[in-house]
Design a protein around this ligand. Structure first.
Ligand code: SAM
Length: 495
């Protein structure tokens, strides 16, 4: 219902005084007109935060510290990672004191709220029948994302994994928190094969998930991927003209030769500078370049009337070939024509192009169980998927935060990436200790990655030991207590 209709409804309500109607109409006029509305459900942790001071306390015996081989100078600059065990609203409040505006990248993979024991609110699982399930999830996420925004750098960026259960709600929520102008995209991630259906009782088999991307402000610069245009792989066609006196017509002032089927041959060759590339004239190509426009203007109307006819057009395009060939489809099943072009003369070798908003990680999701040698059936994300996020974020240095860390894949991915490229990225993980995941899965996994372990296939994985990992627990102290002996994260994470 739009605003005018709503005001009319108010006017039509019987039994209300003029004053009451005026009050309601004013409400309609002044209240938010577009966006999300939800019932706030306060959490116990918020009440504790109101009455106490949130702090982090180090579990010293869990610290894993880099020790250089004897004789070598102590290297102070091994990356300092931290794992915080506890509620993430608590941890984020603490980090707001020490890291406001200092985090480069945030990646989170929150509970998807599927109704099957994946989301706890005030210590109770939220099930599908709960009338407030979306409100509870939105209240929970709203508070955490507001804090997350505060600790992001001005040129920082946040990525959030989600599935269709809360996708629409999350998009509107993030539009509200980060601003619609800071929405960058929603990637679709293929995570399952369409034929590997585990539960036949569902109406549809979900093979994709989403990854939302928001920047903190326009200071974040979108990263492009590099496309190498030097490859000749697609230049594999040669046109052989068999007719010496083909029919000729004039199009756009050019003498165009027409080769009917049987009057020419198209041969496949090895990739070479002399060969041609075949381009299907579809989508944006129809209007996007001179060949597309020429075809649409003069030849597209012949599709379906003539089949397999080849047109040779002189003086076209930016390649060395004196002609450009256009071909009509061979049969009525095809709807698009093709053109053949040579290698461009002035092709710049390296071109920057945007990332696609779709990625297929089915194989990685199928094998994720083996990664880090820990079992975690609650949304474990593959290392390669995380590396793609780091690439899209342009994350080459600085601090990344994952405050729904679960099995700790984000730190594992950072440890590997740093080892690969000599980087110094630092990672802060936060996870609660549901079913001992903080201690027995997240910590254990990354401890093994740092110290080395034997994987499930019996192979020895060498430790990535040029790292420090410290373990903290969230705690509350009375507002009157001195926090001198408690952790101040800024001492540990050198920014
Ligand atoms: C979907 S899992 C994340 C999995 C992770 N991406 C991985 O690769 O292992 C979400 C995790 O967030 C944790 N979690 C849920 N609510 C939390 C809260 N309020 N504070 C801290 N952690 C929480 C859950 O215990 C769960 O392990």
């Amino acid at each position: 219902m739009n605003k005018t209709e709503l005001i009319q409804k108010v006017k039509d309500i019987e039994g209300l005084s003029q004053d009451e109607k005026a009050y309601l109409i004013n409400l309609v006029n002044t209240k938010k007109k577009y966006g999300l509305v939800w019932e706030d459900k306060p959490e116990e942790v918020e009440e504790q935060l109101r009455d106490n001071l949130p702090v982090l306390k180090e579990v010293k015996e869990k610290a894993i510290l880099y020790s250089p081989p004897s004789g070598e100078p102590v290297e102070a600059d091994a990356p300092n990672h931290i794992l915080i065990e506890g509620d993430n609203l608590h941890a984020l409040t603490t980090l707001t004191f020490t890291h406001e505006g200092k985090i480069d990248v945030i990646y989170i993979d929150p509970p998807y709220n599927t109704g099957s024991n994946d989301f706890r609110y005030n210590d109770n699982y939220v099930d599908k029948e709960d009338n407030f399930r979306h409100s509870k999830w939105l209240s929970f996420m709203y508070k955490r994302l507001k804090s997350a925004k505060n600790i992001l750098k001005r040129n920082g960026v946040i990525f959030i994994s989600i599935n269709e259960e809360e996708f629409s709600q999350l998009k509107l929520l993030c539009d509200e928190i980060f601003g619609i102008s800071n929405y960058l995209t929603s990637f679709t991630i293929k995570v399952r094969h369409e034929n590997r259906i585990l539960k036949g009782d569902k109406d549809f088999h979900e093979v994709t998930e989403y990854l939302l991307m928001y920047r903190k402000s326009i200071d974040f610069r979108t990263v492009k991927r590099i496309k190498d245009n030097t490859s000749l792989d697609l230049y594999t066609y040669r046109v052989v003209e068999l007719e010496e006196n083909p029919e000729k017509i004039i199009l756009d002032g050019k003498e165009v030769c027409i080769f009917k089927p049987g009057q020419y041959e198209i041969k496949r060759t090895e990739p070479s500078e002399e060969s041609l590339k075949c381009i299907s004239i579809r989508g944006s190509i129809k209007e996007g370049n001179s060949s597309g426009r020429f075809f649409m203007k003069h030849l597209a109307k012949r599709i379906g009337k003539e089949f397999g006819v080849l047109y040779r057009v002189p003086d076209m395009g930016d390649d060395e070939s004196p002609f450009r060939y256009f071909k009509l489809p061979d049969n009525s099943k095809r709807v698009n024509g093709d053109y053949f072009q040579g290698v461009p003369i002035n092709r710049s070798n390296i071109k920057e192009v945007p990332f696609p908003n779709f990625f297929d990680f089915v194989d990685e999701f199928n094998n994720v169980g083996y990664e880090g040698n820990v079992e975690f059936r609650n949304g474990k994300k593959p290392i390669r998927f995380l590396h793609k996020i780091f690439e899209i974020a342009g994350f080459s240095d600085g601090v990344i935060l994952d405050f729904f860390a679960g099995s700790g894949s984000t730190l594992h991915a950072i440890l590997e990436l740093n080892a690969e490229d000599g980087g110094n990225r630092q990672c802060i993980l936060v996870t609660n200790n549901e079913n001992n995941i903080a201690e027995e899965i997240c910590y254990e996994r990354n401890k093994r990655v740092i110290q080395g372990y034997t994987n499930s296939k019996g192979a020895k994985e060498e430790g990535l030991n040029h790292n420090n990992l410290r373990y903290y627990k969230t705690e509350f102290v009375s507002r009157n207590t001195s926090i001198k002996n408690h952790y101040c994260p800024s001492k540990i994470i050198q920014l």
